[in-house]
Structures are given as structure tokens and as C-alpha cells.
Ligand binder design. Structure first.
Ligand code: F0G
Length: 408
């Protein structure tokens, strides 16, 4: 196992126990909580933004726990557009509604930010066999970076519950696919158990703290794209809860390092059929009660989130909130975002838009709100394709002219 990079401390988020080497299981031997990587000294604003000309997340290398001489396994991830969506914003009574379009990452989701760091680290430590459990995007991302690194990838997915576009990606990138009977939670449990016993397997799920380090760069980008301003709200989908933990960590670092002077409120959004985090927040619980998940937003069809502790802290410490949206609200929001703004996202990525609509009147009109739209719409076409059979079919210019006359 590799030694943690100089200038970094790896510690348990529960009891604070420090680990000097990477930990294969990614959990504390004493209390079973997850681990986090913490930079020992601040990075300055120029250190973070000023010096590198490299595009994407490796530009923030000074804030990443990878030694300077290690070559990154990269596909030019990050640097995704932050788009002011004024038409939808006006409908919701908001002047500053933005979409961070993470679907424009190399494999089409935010997972690439964390994967480039985690795979770089795994390859640096000599790993040849990468594994993850996934609702689709982690698998696609890991498979892409494994291909880039020239190592083998193996993914476990809940059988029959992954969008076909994502599976097509995994297959094309050359990864081995194992289907698991049950949900993502079952796939993750099996994967972690087997990886615990077979030391050649390196787990790339977001329990791996290097993933979180890559994903936190989203906060650095948003801050810069808003003209070095912290948004009032970050609204994002929550499944296994790694991303909310990561983005909150990024904003906290900016403040702790003296670069920014405030923090956003973190708004966690889950599907009504898979809302263990929302329930914990609404009932004031200190832990999460696992549920049997059921939602059309297959990416977040998760009932037992691994990073629940970090997520509850992010929501509570930021004075944010958590809410659930129905599948109908999600599909309507997905269509609205695509047809009003030209941004096509997958169902899970539309839940923040549905949530902002639900919060209408509760968010101040002048607030800067950033919805993290996590994955590309092309990955999950199932719920849109059903409408295509009822589109007009013609065979002549005359028929087209008559159709046009009806449309005008
Ligand atoms: N949005 C999309 C498109 C996702 O794929 C995921 C998670 C999330 C949101 C939630 O992020 O788990 O960090 O809270 N997908 C994982 C996967 C679980 O396997 O691809 P999270």
C-alpha cells in the first residue's frame, strides 16, 4: 500500500484515527467509519487558480493528494460549463438559477472528476485490476479510465436496473460486467466483501477517499465561474452520498484556506422512492435507516448510502435542507430543462430542477443557485424513446407541406 502523500493526513471521519498508508478497505479498523484525506497546510488563491495552464481538474494539483511527479491518468475531465438558465429561472421566480453541466465530462458524468484521481493513485500503487459496484455512471467512468491506464476493469451492476446507454459504454470500454440480483446496495455489499478478501482488487467506489478529492474540484470551478463568488445554494442529487460530501469539502477548503469568505447551503435531493437521507434529516436522526429503493432515476436508486455520515454533516453544517421529488416531477423537470434551455440530462440529474420548483417562494429571488446536473441525457433514453413512435411518418414533399401548414 502506498504511503499517503507528503503534506496530507488520512483520518477516520468518526473517531479521528490517523492512517499513514492507503487503507485497502477504506474504513477505519477501530470504528468502521469512512476515511478522509486532509491537506495539512492551506493552498493560496494563486496556488489554486493562478499557476497551471493545464485544463480541467489537474490544474488544482496543489489541492490533490497525489505527488507532483506522478503522471495523471487523465481524459481532460472537469472544466464543465456553468450555465445561467434564465428561462427556467423566470418560471421559478429566480434571477440567478444556474446549471453546472457535468454531463460534458469525458464519459458523460461527474464521476470522471474523482475517477481520474482514484485511478491515478491505484495505478501508482501497482493495481492492475479495478472494481466497482455501480448504478451505471461509476462503472462507465471507471471502465474509461482503466482503458486509458491499460489495466483491467470489472463492474458489478444491479441486474435489469441500469440504463442501457451506460452499459453500452462499459462494454465498449472493455470492462467485464457482472450482473447482481438485487439493487445497487446488494452489488456494493458483495463487491466490498470480495475485495476485502482478494487483495489484487482495487475498489473505485466513492468510499475511496481519492474519489472525493477529485470530485471536490467542482466547488473550486463553480467559485471561479461565478467570478470568485460562493453561491447561496448548491442543489444536487444524492444517491450513495459521495458527491455532496465532496462538493461541501471543496467549499469548506476555500473558506478555511482564506480564499472565500462564505459557504453555500447544501440542498440534498432524493427520489421519493429512495430517500433515506431526506428521512434522516426530516426526523432529526443521527443515522440513516436503509430503505428498499424504487425510482425511475436509476442512478440514485440507492437505499443504503455509504457516505451518509458525511452527507448529514454537510446538510446540517451548511444549514441546508433535504427534500424528495416524485418520478413524475423528475421527468417533467428533465423535459423542461431540455426544451427550455437546450440542456438534456439523465433523470437523476433533473431532480435538482424539480426540487427548485418545489422550493418556489422559499428561495430568495436574488439568490445565486447552482443545480449540479450530474449526467448526460443520452445515457438514459428509455423514458424519452417511448414518445418517438407517435411522431409523424411521411413519404412525400406534399405530406411535409401539409404537416407544416398544421404546425404554423
Ligand atoms: N447523479 C448521477 C447521474 C449519478 O450517477 C449518481 C451516482 C448520483 C447523481 C449520486 O451521486 O452517489 O455521490 O450521491 N451514481 C453512482 C453510480 C452510485 O454507480 O454511478 P452520489
Amino acid at each position: 500500500m502506498s504511503r499517503v502523500a507528503e503534506g496530507w493526513t488520512q483520518r477516520c471521519v468518526g473517531c479521528g484515527k490517523v492512517y499513514g498508508d492507503d487503507v485497502r478497505s477504506y474504513v477505519c479498523a477501530k470504528c468502521s467509519n469512512l476515511l478522509e484525506l486532509v491537506k495539512d497546510s492551506p493552498v493560496s488563491k494563486t496556488g489554486l487558480y493562478g499557476e497551471s495552464t493545464q485544463p480541467g481538474i489537474w490544474r488544482y494539483r496543489k489541492a490533490l493528494p497525489i505527488e507532483p511527479d506522478v503522471k495523471a491518468v487523465s481524459l481532460s475531465e472537469g472544466h464543465t460549463p456553468l450555465v445561467l438558465v434564465s428561462r427556467i429561472g423566470a418560471k421559478f421566480g429566480l434571477k440567478g438559477l444556474h446549471v453546472k453541466n457535468e454531463g460534458q465530462n469525458p464519459s458523460g458524468s461527474f464521476k470522471d472528476r474523482g475517477m481520474t484521481v482514484a485511478v491515478t493513485r491505484a495505478v501508482q500503487g501497482g493495481s492492475k485490476l479495478l472494481i466497482c459496484a455501480s448504478t451505471g455512471n461509476t462503472a462507465a467512468s471507471m471502465a474509461a479510465y482503466a482503458a486509458r491506464a491499460g489495466v483491467t476493469a470489472m463492474v458489478t451492476v444491479p441486474a435489469g436496473k441500469v440504463a442501457s446507454g451506460k452499459l453500452a459504454q462499459v462494454y465498449a470500454y472493455g470492462a467485464k460486467i457482472i450482473r447482481v440480483e438485487g439493487d445497487f446496495d446488494a452489488a456494493l455489499a458483495i463487491t466490498l466483501k470480495v475485495a476485502g478478501e482478494i487483495k489484487e482488487l482495487s475498489v473505485m467506489n466513492s468510499v475511496n477517499p481519492y474519489r472525493i478529492e477529485g470530485q471536490k474540484t467542482n466547488a473550486y470551478e463553480i467559485y471561479e465561474q461565478l467570478g470568485f463568488k460562493v453561491p447561496d445554494y448548491i442543489v444536487l442529487p444524492v444517491g450513495n452520498a459521495g458527491n455532496i460530501s465532496a462538493i461541501w469539502k471543496g467549499f469548506k477548503e476555500l473558506k478555511e484556506w482564506g480564499i472565500s469568505s462564505s459557504l453555500p447551503k447544501m440542498v440534498a435531493v432524493q427520489a421519493a422512492g429512495a430517500q433515506p437521507i431526506v428521512e434522516a434529516i426530516q426526523h432529526g436522526r443521527d443515522s440513516v435507516v436503509a430503505v428498499q429503493p424504487k425510482t425511475i432515476a436509476s442512478a440514485i436508486n440507492i437505499g443504503n448510502p455509504a457516505s451518509w455520515k458525511k452527507a448529514l454533516a454537510a446538510i446540517r453544517d451548511s444549514k441546508g435542507t433535504a427534500l424528495a421529488v416524485t418520478d413524475e416531477e423528475t421527468i417533467a423537470a428533465r423535459m423542461d430543462l431540455a426544451s427550455s434551455e437546450g440542456i438534456f440530462v439523465e433523470p437523476a440529474s433533473a431532480v435538482p430542477i424539480a426540487a427548485v420548483k418545489k422550493l418556489m417562494g422559499k428561495i430568495e429571488r436574488d439568490a445565486t443557485v447552482v443545480c449540479i446536473c450530474t449526467g448526460n441525457g443520452l445515457k438514459d433514453q428509455e423514458s424519452v424513446k417511448v414518445h418517438l413512435d407517435s411522431t409523424p411518418l411521411i413519404a412525400s414533399p406534399e405530406q411535409m407541406v401539409s404537416l407544416l401548414a398544421k404546425t404554423a
